[in-house]
Every structure is written in structure tokens, then in C-alpha cells.
Design a protein around this ligand. Structure first.
Ligand SMILES: Cc1ncc(COP(=O)(O)O)c(C=O)c1O
Length: 391
């Protein structure tokens, strides 16, 4: 293993070339990364993957983690190597970016609305025929069918069910009616149901969360049974999240889990409470932003080079120093953050501080790369290939 002192002999442009090419192993230390830098702690990340994949496998469910969290083909492929049947993608463009990098088994969790999006769905379906698209409206199903028929394709579709959170057709009879339409269309194949209960995922307190999730998912299970009683096969019922994985896996009739944030964990998720206490610690914080102290204007103030452009700001709490509460962070503009110091604290200009992020998905979307770090060494560079792909 290269020592840090060896690593430090590279020039800035040499480091940039290595980061660009990904040829970093044994050469680049995390201290070499230009900041602000988004890093994943590989030991924690691998533990999180092992735990979730092992749990889902043990529960006899399929595992299709949501790629909206990481947007990285490298991570999607790693998860598939760990037993995932594929990954979910929030949007068509996100799915297309993943598919272009060889990711298989995609479930696009947002409906495909409008002629141009349907054309893009057809292109994706032609490239990756196993892709599943969601539908919550009979007319939209007919439009997709016409396009699939014109292209000579069969598209797999799942009914997007409204289970109290965002989109979807109402469960039971309305959803069954959409299922009957799909079943009667020549170029659509009903894969099953998608039911994502986002309101359950962040419900505080494990017992409360359990009640909310069971209440949301019970009609989804019943809808699946109703379709099957009508002789319409409904093999898939996909749902669940990092907050509810161990609740939903115990609900008979849910066939597949699609959690995302477990990979990285963020401050928001830590607050929902676990089975054994106030902090949800089923998974470890694995994603951090490294910032550099760039100014010490006063004895009680250090300024770092990471602000609104380095962390998502959609939560009412700031990033937290990885080491604890000692260096409280406050936003100080687009490019800066301020650390209020107490007497005797002396981070120096040039020191690096690592922060746990408030909300992982939108923070990842701010970066071109995630640096995969073990200890001090950068082992890999993961391009965030679907960064900005929100269409
Ligand atoms: C449709 C869908 N499925 C699964 C997830 C994963 O949830 P989490 O990141 O809470 O595990 C999300 C997150 O927003 C989602 O939108």
C-alpha cells in the first residue's frame, strides 16, 4: 500500500488526470481530493449493502434497490452482483443513463406521460426489453400499447398504486379496472403492482411506522389478490423503503423491496428512530462531504469551502461534522460554511473536515463523482452518470 507521503508527491494536474481516468488505487489519498469532495466510506457502504441484501434474501423477497439515491452505474452493478434483480430508476432519463452503462433489470417508478416520453420509453424498452414501466391510467396504457405495437415490442408494465403518498391509481376496484385494460392490450404485459408509501418511510418511531406502513400496504396486497382472483396474473408487488424494509418484508403478498437510502444513510433518516431507540442505526452513515478550512477570520470562526452548492438544503438542519457536535456547521452562502468555535479550538487554514449530509439523494445530484474511500486511500472513482437526469 502506498504511504500518504508517497501519494503527496503527485502534482495537482497529475491527481486530476488520475481522478479523471479512475486510475487511483494505491496512488491517491483522500487528502489529495479537491474539495468539496463527495466520498463514500467503503467499509460502511459494503456493510449496509450486505445487511440489506442479506435481510431481503432471508425474507424470501426480491431486491430492487432504488438508484435515485446514487445515480451511479457502478453502484447499481455492485448491488446486482450482491443479489439485486435490478434497480429502480425515478425517471426515464435516469433509467436511460443507467441502461447506457450496462445496468439491467430496471423498474422506472414514475409514469410515462406524453408522446415524447412514450417514444423514449419505447427506445429504452427496445434496448432493455426486461424494463418495467409504471402506469396508473387506462388511457395512458392504451397510448403505450399503440407505441409498443408500432415498434413491434412488448412492454412490461406495473400498475402504480396510490397508497397515501404521491401518484397512482386508487387501490382495489379502480386499480383492478386499469389491470383489466392492460391485460386486454396486445403489446403490454402486466408485471404487477408498484406501491411506494413514502409517508411511512420517515414516520418517527418504529411502532408508529409499522402501523402506517401496514395500513398503506394492506390495500396493495388486496388489490394483487383481486387481480389474481380474476385470473390476471400479478407476479410483482414492489414497494418499501429504508425506513420500512423490515416491516414490509413481513407483509405477506409483497414480493419485492425497493429501498434506496440505506446505502448512504443521512441525518434525516437517523432521526426516524429504530427498534431499540431514538436513533435509527440499522445502517451506517457512509456518505460524507470533505471540506477544507479556507479562512480563520476570527478566533471563534472557521470558514470552510462547502456551502449550498455542496449540500442539499431541503432539510431544516445543517450538515454535521463526522466527529460529533464539536464543530457546528452553519451555511454561509453558496460556496461557504461557517464553523462556530469555542475557546481553544484551533482548526487551521488548510485543515480538512468531513461532514455527514442532511439528505443524500439531492446532495449526490450536486456532484459529478463519488470517491470510494477505504481508510485514507481512494479505491475508485464512481461517475454520477445520471446526475441531473430528472426528466
Ligand atoms: C418510488 C420509490 N421507491 C423507493 C424509494 C426509496 O426510499 P428510501 O430512500 O427511503 O429507501 C423512493 C424514495 O423516494 C421512491 O420514490
Amino acid at each position: 500500500m502506498a504511504s500518504i507521503s508517497t501519494v503527496r508527491t503527485y502534482t495537482g494536474p497529475e491527481i486530476d488526470r488520475m481522478l479523471e481516468s479512475g486510475d487511483v488505487r494505491g496512488k491517491v489519498s483522500k487528502n489529495d481530493l479537491p474539495t468539496p469532495a463527495l466520498i463514500v466510506d467503503l467499509d460502511a457502504f459494503e456493510d449496509n449493502c450486505r445487511k440489506m441484501a442479506g435481510f431481503v434474501r432471508g425474507a424470501g423477497r426480491a431486491f430492487r434497490p432504488h438508484a435515485k439515491t446514487h445515480k451511479c452505474p457502478a453502484i447499481a452493478k455492485y448491488l446486482i452482483s450482491q443479489g439485486a434483480v435490478g434497480v429502480c430508476a425515478a425517471r426515464l432519463s435516469e433509467a436511460a443513463a443507467l441502461a447506457a452503462h450496462g445496468v439491467t433489470g430496471l423498474l422506472v417508478t414514475t409514469a410515462v406521460i406524453g408522446r415524447q416520453k412514450i417514444e423514449r420509453a419505447i427506445a429504452l424498452g427496445a434496448m432493455r426489453p426486461e424494463t418495467i414501466f409504471v402506469v396508473d391510467d387506462a388511457e395512458n396504457a392504451r397510448r403505450l400499447n399503440e407505441a409498443a405495437s408500432a415498434a413491434g415490442l412488448t412492454l412490461h408494465v406495473a400498475i402504480d398504486l396510490f397508497v397515501g403518498n404521491r401518484t397512482g391509481v386508487a387501490p382495489l376496484a379502480p386499480a383492478v379496472a386499469v389491470g383489466e385494460v392492460i391485460d386486454g392490450l396486445s403489446n403490454l404485459r402486466l408485471a404487477g403492482i408498484q406501491a411506494y408509501a413514502g409517508q411511512a418511510s420517515h414516520t418517527v418511531g418504529f411502532e408508529n411506522r409499522k402501523l402506517v406502513s401496514i395500513e398503506a400496504m394492506t390495500p396493495a396486497v388486496e388489490t394483487r389478490r383481486m387481480l389474481e382472483r380474476k385470473g390476471i396474473p400479478c407476479p410483482l408487488l414492489s414497494g418499501g423503503s429504508t425506513g420500512t424494509y423490515n416491516i414490509d418484508a413481513a407483509i405477506d403478498g409483497i414480493t419485492e423491496l425497493q429501498p434506496g437510502s440505506f446505502l448512504f444513510m443521512d441525518l434525516d433518516y437517523s432521526r426516524i428512530g429504530g427498534q431499540s431507540g431514538e436513533i435509527y442505526d440499522d445502517f451506517r452513515n457512509a456518505l460524507f462531504v470533505i471540506a477544507t478550512v479556507v479562512s480563520r477570520p476570527k478566533a471563534d470562526l472557521a470558514v470552510v469551502d462547502a456551502g449550498y452548492k455542496a449540500f442539499s438544503t431541503d432539510r431544516p438542519f445543517p450538515p454535521r461534522w463526522r466527529g460529533g457536535a464539536e464543530y457546528p456547521y452553519g451555511f454561509a452562502g453558496d460556496e461557504h460554511g461557517r464553523i462556530a468555535l469555542k475557546d481553544g479550538q484551533s482548526p487551521r487554514t488548510g485543515d480538512r473536515l468531513e461532514f455527514i449530509i442532511p439528505h443524500c439523494d439531492p446532495t449526490v445530484n450536486l456532484y459529478d463523482r463519488i470517491y470510494a474511500v477505504r481508510g485514507e486511500q481512494v479505491e475508485a472513482v464512481w461517475p454520477v452518470a445520471a446526475r441531473g437526469c430528472s426528466q
